[in-house]
Design a protein around this ligand. Structure first.
Ligand SMILES: [Zn+2]
Length: 559
């Protein structure tokens, strides 16, 4: 899961925020417990989480031995349940080729050359280059232009590029997208990928994201600086080069709010006024005087990881060539800066629990008397924490025909830390999956609650977004917050603040195994209803994501 405040979305690709000391002391050493009264399904989920989130798996970072062990385990669980391999060449695995980039301590620069003076920002303290998998030592010097938040949204009559030309220049911009946009569009236009695409289309040669004062207050620069060595990854194409790695932007960099004045105060502008204009939605583009020199130094190595893919065949001779895809990410962020002496970021909730719930849903469906009409695919994906890379690879290169993917049911970091009676369905409003999810929740006896933070647009924050971008309608169920005898929301908020993406997301968490078993039951039921429906799911007419990415659905083949 990559849950972050909306305006700092753009930083997610470069840095897992994992160095804030939690306010609670480190948990006591883990005591193994055994609940003889637990139901069989809850016990299976607990067993999977206890294995996957153990210290021996070392945080399951993509490209490490810990991750490879986790993927081996999931493959053998599929085998034990009787699911057929559906990866490459008759195996359970799909290789995901990637490039790993790690910043180097020397050879980085962000120099402002203006009015005959030179001001070099300090590496780490004031700026960090983005992870560059295209060139180990890259540099560019060019005139610069400030382009607001770098958003061009003609359908909303919004153009941050009005009156300036960025061709051959370095674009300097703020993160995020205007608050006046609806949540879906705000998320889409906030993403670094959308912005980089727009800059490349306009001929920019570099990009600098300047942190605002509001961002600094929410997410201090120091956290990024502390994690400057965290590796970044991109998918690797057949030519050995990075996919979606924007080589046209020779260098991109992030600059701290404290250095904004040095960069932006020119021609009557000041950083503090621009921060205010950002809050007021009144930013205007302007050319910056002089030139900027940018350089980055990155150690680049090819690395392979793997998705784990298994299939349950559908029974309907017409519909079984179509697939409902269940997904959950198996990777986490690995080993990092120690917090209270603990450097292993176990990822018990994020996302050992999501994987365990998916495995239990698979187990249920594998043992139902009647097979489903459509086929079911289960994909444990890698490198979600590096930017949804495993899911993106699968959605672009599925091991079954792409047009056969009818829907995605994703599971990511269900925050089941106190007993609840509900779940939060994410993405229901976009497609015809809505009535099916409603029916399943009714049958299982779980209420559906509203998304408590719609402005976070978690619909674009996990693996389902890779499927959405491939035109496949998707849904995922977040843990609920209607507490049974306690304030579940307060417990979740404390988790997000103190343990999410921290060593504290480990087996000492009070995970509610019976609620996890209920979630598996619900996901299995949703998958079954989709698989048995006469029509494959459709995007709702006029839906933003449907119009942006959807294709007219091909009908199931006639007999
Ligand atoms: Zn995560």
């Amino acid at each position: 899961m990559r849950r972050i405040a909306l305006l700092s979305l753009a930083f997610a690709l470069a840095a897992c925020q994992k160095a804030t000391p939690p306010s609670a002391p480190s948990p006591a050493p883990l005591k193994e417990t055994y609940d003889a009264s637990a139901s069989a399904d809850a016990r299976r989920i607990e067993a999977d989480v206890r294995f996957l989130a153990d210290d021996l798996l070392e945080g399951r970072e993509a490209g490490t031995r810990g991750y490879d062990l986790a993927s081996l385990y999931v493959a053998q669980r599929f085998r034990a349940m009787g699911l057929a391999p559906a990866g490459d060449d008759g195996s359970y695995f799909q290789t995901v080729p990637m490039l790993r980039g790690v910043r180097q301590a020397d050879g980085n620069a962000l120099v402002i050359l203006r009015d005959g003076h030179e001001r070099a920002l300090r590496f780490r303290d004031e700026f960090l280059p983005g992870i560059n998998v295209n060139e180990a030592q890259a540099s560019v010097e060019a005139p610069a232009v400030f382009v607001g938040q770098g958003v061009h949204a003609p359908e909303l009559q919004h153009d941050d590029f009005a009156g300036v030309d960025v061709k051959g220049k370095i674009a300097v911009l703020f993160n995020g997208a205007p608050a006046k946009f609806d949540n879906d569009r705000r998320a889409f236009y906030s993403s670094r990928a959308t912005k980089a695409g727009e800059l490349i289309r306009r001929g920019a040669v570099g990009m600098i994201e300047v942190q605002s004062d509001d961002e600094q207050a929410r997410s201090p620069w120091q956290r990024r600086a502390d994690n400057w060595q965290t590796p970044g990854m991109r998918l690797r194409g057949a030519d050995g080069k990075g996919i979606d790695s924007w080589p046209q932007l020779r260098v991109y960099a992030m600059a701290s709010a404290a250095s904004a004045d040095a960069l932006l105060s020119a021609g009557g502008h000041t950083a503090s006024q621009l921060f205010q204009d950002l809050r007021d939605g009144k930013l205007r583009a302007f050319d910056l005087p002089g030139t900027l020199r940018l350089a980055s130094h990155t150690a680049i190595t090819p690395v392979d990881s793997r998705n784990v893919v298994a299939r349950i065949d559908g029974a309907d001779p017409k519909l079984n060539s179509e697939h409902v895809v269940f997904s959950a990410h198996l990777d986490h962020v690995g080993v990092g800066a120690a917090v209270n002496g603990d450097a292993i970021y176990n990822g018990a909730l994020d996302n050992a629990l999501g994987i365990a719930v998916m495995l239990e849903a698979a187990n249920r469906l594998a043992h139902e008397k009647e097979p489903t009409k459509r086929s079911l695919l289960f994909v444990a994906v890698t490198a979600e924490e590096k930017g949804l890379l495993g899911a993106e690879w699968f959605a672009r290169n599925p091991t079954v025909p792409a047009e056969s993917l009818v829907a995605n049911v994703n599971m990511d970091m269900p925050m089941l830390l106190a007993p609840t009676s509900d779940v939060v369905p994410i993405g229901l409003e976009h497609s015809t999956l809505q009535p099916l999810v409603q029916q399943a929740s009714k049958e299982i006896g779980v209420s559906l609650s509203k998304d408590p933070a719609p402005e976070e647009v978690v619909f674009v924050r996990s693996d389902q977004y890779a499927f959405i971008r491939a035109g496949v309608p998707a849904v995922y169920l977040d843990g609920g917050y209607t507490g049974v005898g306690g304030d579940a929301k307060a417990v979740q908020d404390a988790f997000l603040k103190e343990r999410y993406h921290q060593p504290g997301d480990d087996l000492s968490q009070p995970i509610q195994w019976p609620d996890a078993a209920r979630l598996a039951k619900l996901n299995a039921r949703i998958g079954r209803l989709i698989a048995d429906a006469p029509q494959r799911p459709q995007w709702n007419p006029g839906d933003f994501f449907g119009e942006k990415f959807g294709k007219p659905a091909a009908p199931a083949k006639a007999p």
